[in-house]
Design a protein around this ligand. Structure first.
Ligand SMILES: NC(=O)c1ccc[n+]([C@@H]2O[C@H](COP(=O)([O-])OP(=O)(O)OC[C@H]3O[C@@H](n4cnc5c(N)ncnc54)[C@H](OP(=O)(O)O)[C@@H]3O)[C@@H](O)[C@H]2O)c1
Length: 329
């Protein structure tokens, strides 16, 4: 049995990890802490939940792996302490996703808190980085929107199946849990219920992350807020390369992910993925269809599972040499 710490356990992703780990056969959360220096312990909210202890970095020495479930900016100092104790670290925040500290500063509005660690971080999109994750000490868990966009897109870019000059439109919709548990005017029930809106148009922080991993800035990323709690549905509008049909794009994706337990590419003629197909699972479901001059790809994930805590656990399993799918629905 291996052990792990969850730091920032009181948020949505921390609680999701606790729920996943409760059913994990080989990994136990033995240290469950707040990430706020000086904050008091939090008693369980519901029966069966653990107490969330005060932050004590010395306790990171007692575990094999550390999950950081904090806002960006707050993760770096804890990552430094965990790495100094020679622990495996999966950071769910954005602190280690952008390789260039200048890009981090532009995107997040402050200097990177630990630029010396950036070179050690592996971007943990497991299906594309499995060998590097197995060797990594520090994994930057991908953002939720980037996960839903990059899984369908990367094989097509790598296989040169898309027109290299045409923009790629990523029209993405997320449930409100993507914004975390803090109350805000935008995600307040009264503003979300019976409503639908785009936000961060042209400015969202996940665009630089998508561009970095895709190796191109010709992706137009627009997020929208759905009046649901969990799930992301991304609709990608792509221009195929000359002579490439939607069927070839679908076949390429089906072949690329045929042996991946957490990515399912639908056959032609099947219904489109829906949020309810993937909610509470670590799955990404993808469908491909021709539409006029374009190919339309839909991609659905649960932002809290494949888009956050499930993918983080998939990464940690690999880093600790455990079966990759352990504890993952
Ligand atoms: N939600 C998603 O779908 C999702 C998906 C992918 C990645 N992420 C990323 O994962 C991280 C956690 O997200 P979340 O949704 O779990 O957020 P959340 O629900 O807002 O929880 C944030 C956690 O961090 C703590 N925290 C807040 N401000 C802090 C500070 N200044 N210093 C130290 N700790 C602080 C909170 O403690 P208190 O209880 O004391 O406030 C809580 O434990 C974020 O970086 C987020 O961007 C989230």
């Amino acid at each position: 049995m291996k052990t792990c710490a969850i730091v920032g356990a009181s948020g949505y992703t921390g609680r999701e990890l606790l729920a996943l780990l409760a059913r994990h056969p080989r990994l136990r959360a033995t240290v469950v802490m707040t990430a706020r220096p000086g904050a008091a312990p939090e008693p369980p909210q519901f029966p069966g939940e653990p107490t969330i202890d005060a932050l004590d970095l010395a306790r990171l020495r007692d575990v094999d792996g550390v999950f950081l479930c904090t806002p960006h900016g707050a993760a770096s100092a804890i990552a430094q302490a965990a790495l100094a104790a020679d622990k495996r670290v999966v950071d769910l925040s954005a602190d280690f996703r952008l390789r260039d500290p200048a890009n981090y500063q532009r995107t997040y509005g402050s200097a990177h808190p630990a630029p010396e660690l950036l070179g050690r971080a592996v971007y943990g999109l497991v299906e594309h980085q499995r060998e590097r994750v197995q060797q990594a000490q520090l994994v930057a868990n991908p953002g939720c929107y980037p996960t839903s966009v990059l899984l369908p897109l990367l094989p097509l870019l790598q296989g040169r199946l898309l027109d290299a000059n045409a923009p790629i439109v990523a029209d993405c919709k997320s449930g409100t849990s993507g914004a975390g548990k803090a109350v805000s005017e935008r995600t307040h029930f009264g503003n979300v219920h019976e409503n639908f809106l785009a936000y961060g148009v042209g400015t969202h922080r996940h665009a630089p992350e998508i561009w970095q991993e895709a190796g191109t800035q010709r992706i137009v990323f627009t997020p929208h807020l759905l009046p649901v709690f969990r799930g992301i549905l991304s609709t990608l509008y792509v221009t195929p390369a000359a002579g490439v049909a939607a069927d070839a794009i679908r076949s390429a994706l089906r072949e690329r992910y045929a042996r991946e337990p957490f990515v399912r590419v639908y056959e032609a003629g099947t219904p489109q993925p829906e949020l309810r197909c993937v909610q509470h699972t670590n799955q990404c479901h993808i469908a491909v269809a021709a539409s006029g001059p374009l190919v339309v790809i839909t991609s659905a994930i649960d932002n809290l599972v494949k888009g956050a805590s499930g993918q983080a656990l998939q990464n940690m399993n690999l880093m600790l040499s455990l079966p990759e799918g352990d504890g993952l629905p």
